[in-house]
Design a protein. Structure first.
Length: 196
């Protein structure tokens, strides 16, 4: 059992160098910037990032502070314990919206529960691209002058620059997955090549 634990620790430590380099690049810091902020020499930083030197707890704590990440994130330690993700639903215009992504930038995903109602459509347009998958119920979708009703398992993909609205048909609630990408991002469904 001790050998397995030692092997796991060694595997985590082997990945630390790449993670340190990635975090430094993400923060747009040079080795000199980090050396100045932490007191760790530039050559030590270089050896840590290349994997030529194993990090000590003292070094990791200093780097954790500079990169503003928890120590577990710094070493990309495997998650232990309860694997469930605690999703925090919110109410938006009478709908239950559950975020499925945590990153503020890039592609956003939500599960949306739309109650049965006869709410009048309010079309809107904005930059981006949206992909909707109907999990249950039926969804009324208006894109410009076109109107469709999508059932379970059906998918719609559209530019959000086109005035659009989606909601209940009024007969039953609908549950959907919505994936929204910023301009220039497109969905990659079925293993096809993403659009440029």
């Amino acid at each position: 059992m001790e050998d397995a634990s030692a092997a796991e620790i060694a595997a985590v430590l082997e990945r630390v160098g790449g993670r340190l380099k990635q975090l430094r690049a993400h923060r747009r810091l040079t080795l000199t910037d980090v050396a100045t902020a932490t007191g760790i020499s530039k050559s030590t930083m270089s050896r840590l990032e290349s994997g030529q030197r194993r990090p000590t707890l003292e070094l990791l704590l200093a780097l954790s502070n500079v990169y503003r990440v928890p120590l577990d994130d710094l070493v990309a330690a495997p998650v232990q314990g309860d694997p469930r993700i605690r999703l925090k639903p919110s109410r938006v215009k009478g709908r239950t919206v559950i975020p499925l992504t945590q990153e503020p930038d890039g592609t956003q995903a939500w599960k949306i529960v739309i109650p049965a109602s006869k709410a009048p459509p309010e079309l809107r347009a904005h930059d981006g691209h949206e992909w909707i998958y109907v999990l249950s119920g039926h969804l009324r979708l208006i894109l410009g002058d076109e109107e469709s009703v999508l059932g379970p398992g059906e998918v719609a993909e559209f530019s959000t620059e086109v005035p659009h609205w989606f909601g209940s048909t009024g007969d039953e609630p609908a549950e959907i997955l919505s994936i929204f990408g910023r301009p220039g991002e497109r969905m990659n469904a079925g293993g096809t090549t993403p659009h440029a």
